[in-house]
Write a protein that binds this ligand. Structure first.
Ligand SMILES: Cc1cc2nc3c(=O)[nH]c(=O)nc-3n(C[C@H](O)[C@H](O)[C@H](O)COP(=O)(O)OP(=O)(O)OC[C@H]3O[C@@H](n4cnc5c(N)ncnc54)[C@H](O)[C@@H]3O)c2cc1C
Length: 167
C-alpha cells in the first residue's frame, strides 16, 4: 500500500501537467467510473477526459513509461465489464465527440471516437446516409465503443457489424 500511493500521486501530477482535459483521481470520480452497464465493479487508478488527440497521446506515453494500463471508454454500455479495470480510464464521450468530415461521394465519415451513433446518423441522414449497425443502445453507444465491441444490429438486418464499416 505504501509503495502504491506515492506512485499514483506522481502519475496524477504528471498527467495534470501534460493534459488539457480533465484529470480526476478523486474518490468520487473513481467510484463513478468503477461500474458500467455490466455486473462488474472495479475501481480505476484514475480518470482522464481528453480534449483532443494530443491529450490521448500524452496519456499513452506517460502510462507506458509508468507501466500503467490505460482503458478507453465511450458510453460504458458494455455488458461484460469491458470498461472497468485497475487502469487509467480515458473517457472519450465528453469532449471528443464531433463529426469531422463527411465524404458523400465516397461514403465515408471521419469522426472522433466519443461520437454517439445516433448523433452521427442525425448528421448524415439529410444526405440519405446511415451508419448501419443499429445497436439497441444507439442513443448512448459511441463509435469508439462500437468498434471496440464490434457491435451488431439489435435485430436481424443486412447491415454488417461495426468493424466491417471502418477502415
Ligand atoms: C440494454 C443493452 C442493449 C444492448 N444491445 C446491443 C446490441 O443490440 N448490439 C450490440 O452490439 N451491443 C449491444 N449492447 C452492448 C453495448 O451497448 C454496445 O456494444 C455498444 O456499441 C458499446 O458502445 P459504448 O460506447 O457504450 O462502448 P463502451 O462500453 O464504452 O466500450 C466498449 C469497448 O470499446 C473500447 N473502447 C471504447 N472507446 C474506445 C476508443 N476510443 N478506442 C479504443 N477502444 C475503445 C472499450 O475499452 C471497451 O472494450 C447492449 C447493451 C445494453 C446495456
Amino acid at each position: 500500500m505504501r509503495a502504491i500511493i506515492p506512485a499514483m500521486t506522481d502519475l496524477e501530477q504528471e498527467l495534470r501537467r501534460a493534459v488539457e482535459g480533465d484529470v480526476r483521481f478523486d474518490a468520487y470520480s473513481r467510484l463513478l467510473y468503477s461500474t458500467d452497464a455490466s455486473m462488474y465493479q472495479m475501481e480505476p487508478i484514475g480518470v482522464v477526459v481528453p480534449r483532443h488527440a494530443g491529450d490521448v497521446q500524452a496519456v499513452l506515453e506517460i502510462a507506458n513509461r509508468g507501466n500503467v494500463a490505460v482503458l478507453p471508454r465511450g458510453g460504458g454500455t458494455s455488458l461484460t465489464g469491458q470498461t472497468v479495470n485497475r487502469a487509467v480510464v480515458m473517457d472519450f464521450s465528453r469532449f471528443m465527440n464531433n463529426v469531422l468530415e463527411v465524404n458523400e461521394e465516397e461514403l465515408w465519415a471521419r469522426v472522433q471516437p466519443g461520437l454517439v451513433q445516433d448523433e452521427l446518423n442525425h448528421h448524415v441522414r439529410p444526405l440519405g446516409l446511415l451508419f448501419g449497425p443499429d445497436t439497441s443502445t444507439s442513443n448512448r453507444a459511441t463509435i469508439g465503443g462500437m468498434l471496440g465491441n464490434n457491435s451488431t444490429p439489435a435485430a436481424p438486418t443486412r447491415s454488417p457489424t461495426a468493424s466491417r464499416w471502418s477502415t
